[in-house]
Every structure is written in structure tokens, then in C-alpha cells.
Write a new protein. Structure first.
Length: 388
């Protein structure tokens, strides 16, 4: 199972191709649109999100509400393209226009300067169009297909905000999965803690007023995974490693933690490892879940709990100093529009990139071309480990 995306932020459309989804799995565009609309919500986003209404067009791989087993092609049109036809069109333009529209001022914290150096573009627009987190809409579409697969296998996944600008949401280890989904959906910052949520919104408003930006921490929580998915036998089969890579690949993410994460460095082993218990009904379980659902690159059967750190948005109304790549003169970057905080949206992105890695690992472990056979194999494995 793999996916590719294509498309520029202000170009015509984003395209996603997902390969490896078994046949005979129920899938509709509503499954995908629900995820896309969730990604667009959240306090702190800029004017662009008022222009876009992300809706998917399924262009291949699905017929009459079921997957065919062939690649699934999905298209999301950029409504903003109509304002950028001259800038983003594929036809050549005259030199005067080209010079007028060339972006030569790299923003600190974005991909602008390194991308220009690497690809030899003297127009930074050629970098920023693709490095923009607009691409995360296409990744959410791929993740929504994976989420649909997981949900049909009784595996639930949700992403929400744990922290914005140092304001932490309280931890609710006993909170049910359904409540996590409900509460995070209801909150404009997707936090499970309404008091902290209000403070987070105030912090976002203040950052915006000050022309600044803020980051935070997202968490993804997964229930229903049996123990033993992933593998310890090779570095690239460790599922926690793959999830970490996927989370780190989200625009502006700077770190990943499972369970206690970095806090584990400060505790003794007795306060970190999760003791093993057994009962007849459920088989093995853990009394705690401090390791966030992983040992040896494999799931433990406890919920997967993974956090990702998002840095503040690089494009600032309050300008940072940079250097023009043509004149080499120092300048203070000024901008037209940007998000001031995209952590709530990033929590949805994180949920979907993690969903993809989990679904991919399941299909590697239980390779089936037909979805009902995958379900049967997974259910048989669940029973096998319950009775182990
Ligand atoms: C949902 C989302 C929205 C974002 N919105 C913006 C934005 O409006 N302006 C901006 O400069 N960066 C934004 N970013 C972050 C940049 O895309 C990111 O910093 C850039 O691609 C450079 O990559 P890096 O930060 O991972 O090094 C956003 C990121 C996400 C996940
Ligand atoms: C378009 C999206 O996010 C964009 C990500 C982004 C960036 O630089 O990463 C910059 C902004 O775009 P624009 O320059 O058009 O205002 C965000 O709106 C989206 O999430 O769909």
C-alpha cells in the first residue's frame, strides 16, 4: 500500500493516487469529504481557508460504492486557482510579466531558500507552491481511505490538540474513544479540555494581533489494534519508526513522542515499563500504557498514543530578516496572508498520516486482495492471540 500526491498550492488541483487497497471495501466520497472538511476547520487559520471548500472527486478505483482493487485516484480542486490563472498557468508568459511576478525573498523557516538552492530556481514561487501545506489536503484524502479500511476492521483513530503556545490540555486517560471524537469535533481548537481550549484560542488571537505565529502539540489515539502488528526483525519494519517518520514529514513538525516520550528519560525503569497481566476474557493486557502501545516496533494491544510537535508558522506579519536572492540586500519579509496557528488542522493531518501507516502495516501482515478476506484473517488472528 502506498500513495503519491501531485499539485501546487495555487495550481488547478491536487491529485492523490492510493495503491494497494483491497477490492470489495465500501468507500464513498463522503468518507473522504468528512475528513477534508475537518482539516479545514480550527481557530487560527488565515483567509485561504475561507476561499477553499475541499471536496473530493473520485477519478478511479471505486465503483458503486466499493473499491475495485485498482489504484484509487482522487482530485481536489483549488478554488483559489481562479485568482492565480496568470501566475500558475502552464503556458509561457512574456519576460516583463515574469520579472514582475518573480519571488526573490526567501522566508526564514519555510522551504524557500533551501529549495531554490537545491533545484536552481531563481523564482521562489517554484518552491513555495509545492512546499506549501496545501498538499496536506491530498495526504488527508489518502489517509481517509486508510481510515475507512481501519474503521471496517473495528479500529478507531482520532487526532486532537494537546498543547498550543505552552497551554496544555489536561490528560484524560480514561476517556472513551467516542467521547474523544465528540469533544475534539465540538471544540474550535480540537482540544479535549474546554478550559484550556479557550485559553488556546485567546493565545492564537493574541499572536495574530501581534503579527506573530504559534505552534503546539497534537496527539493521535488509536484503539482496536491487536498486539504484534509491525516487527522487531528489521529497522524498516518497526511500526513505531514508520509512524514517527510519517508524523515528522508533516509540514512544520519538529518532533514525535510515543506514550511518555521524552519524559521516559527522566524516570526509572519501574516507572516506565507496563506490567503484563492476563484474564480469561481478553487474554494479555497491560496495567498501564506508558509506552504508548509499542514494544519492539510492534503493537502491544494497548491504545497507540503518539504526539507530534508543530513549530510556529514561518510566514509572519511581523517581519523577520532575510536576504533577497537577486540583490543580496537584507530586507524585512512582509506578507499578504497566512495562518497564525494551524495546530488544530495539523491534528487532523496527523490522524490521517498515522492511519495510513497503520493500515499499510496491517496489509503487509495480512496480505489479501479482497477486503472480506483481510477482515477474516485479522479476526482469526485476534482470536488466536486472545487464546495464546
Ligand atoms: C495545516 C498547515 C497549515 C500551514 N499553514 C502555513 C501558512 O499559512 N503559512 C506558512 O508559512 N506555513 C504554514 N505551514 C507550515 C509550512 O508549510 C512549513 O513550515 C513549510 O512547508 C516548511 O517545512 P518545515 O517547517 O517542515 O521545515 C502550515 C503547516 C500545516 C501543517
Ligand atoms: C492552503 C492551505 O494551507 C496553506 C499552507 C501554507 C504554507 O505555506 O504551508 C500557506 C497558506 O496558503 P496561502 O499562501 O495560499 O494563503 C495556507 O493557507 C491548506 O491547508 O489547504
Amino acid at each position: 500500500m502506498r500513495y503519491l500526491t501531485a499539485g501546487e498550492s495555487h495550481g488547478k488541483q491536487l491529485t492523490t493516487i492510493v495503491e494497494g487497497i483491497p477490492s470489495l471495501m465500501p468507500l464513498t466520497k463522503e468518507n473522504i469529504n468528512e475528513s477534508l472538511l475537518r482539516r479545514q476547520k480550527g481557530h487560527g487559520r488565515g483567509k485561504r481557508m475561507q476561499i477553499e471548500k475541499d471536496l473530493v472527486e473520485i477519478a478511479g478505483g471505486v465503483r458503486h460504492g466499493y473499491t475495485l482493487g485498482s489504484p484509487i485516484a482522487m482530485v481536489i480542486h483549488n478554488d483559489d486557482f481562479k485568482h492565480w490563472v496568470d501566475v500558475m498557468g502552464e503556458d509561457p508568459i512574456d519576460t516583463d510579466q515574469k520579472i514582475r511576478r518573480t519571488v526573490t525573498r526567501p522566508r526564514p523557516g519555510h522551504a524557500d531558500l533551501n529549495g531554490a538552492l537545491k533545484y536552481g530556481h531563481r523564482d521562489i514561487r517554484n518552491i513555495l507552491e509545492r512546499s506549501s501545506a496545501r498538499e496536506t489536503a491530498a495526504r488527508v484524502a489518502a489517509g481517509a481511505v486508510a481510515k475507512t479500511l481501519l474503521s471496517n476492521l473495528d479500529i478507531k483513530i482520532v487526532g486532537y490538540v494537546r498543547e498550543i503556545a505552552g497551554i496544555q490540555a489536561e490528560e484524560y486517560p480514561e476517556m472513551s474513544m467516542d467521547d474523544r471524537v465528540k469533544v475534539s469535533e465540538a471544540s474550535p481548537v480540537r482540544s479535549l479540555d474546554s478550559k484550556a481550549g479557550q485559553k488556546m484560542m485567546d493565545a492564537i488571537d493574541k499572536a495574530k494581533k501581534d503579527g506573530d505565529s504559534i505552534g503546539g502539540v497534537c496527539e493521535v489515539y488509536i484503539e482496536g489494534m491487536p498486539a504484534g502488528v509491525g516487527s522487531y526483525v528489521h529497522y524498516d519494519r518497526k511500526l513505531d519508526g514508520r509512524i514517527a517518520g510519517a508524523v515528522q514529514s508533516i509540514n512544520a513538525f519538529k518532533g514525535v513522542e510515543f506514550g511518555l516520550g521524552f519524559e521516559a528519560a527522566r524516570r526509572n525503569g519501574s516507572q516506565v515499563h507496563d506490567e503484563i497481566a492476563w484474564d480469561k476474557e481478553n487474554g494479555y493486557y497491560r496495567k498501564t500504557n506508558r509506552l504508548g502501545g509499542f514494544e519492539g516496533g510492534m503493537t502491544t494491544g494497548m491504545p497507540i498514543v503518539v504526539k507530534g510537535v508543530m513549530k510556529p508558522i514561518p510566514t509572519l506579519y511581523k517581519p523577520l530578516q532575510s536576504v533577497d536572492i537577486e540583490t543580496k540586500e537584507a530586507f524585512n519579509a512582509s506578507i499578504e496572508r497566512s495562518d497564525s496557528c494551524a495546530v488544530p488542522a495539523a491534528a487532523v493531518v496527523m490522524e490521517h498520516v498515522v492511519a495510513f501507516e497503520v493500515a499499510k502495516a496491517l496489509l503487509e501482515q495480512f496480505p489479501h486482495d479482497q477486503f472480506p478476506k483481510l477482515k477474516e484473517a485479522l479476526d482469526a488472528y485476534r482470536e488466536e492471540i486472545r487464546c495464546f
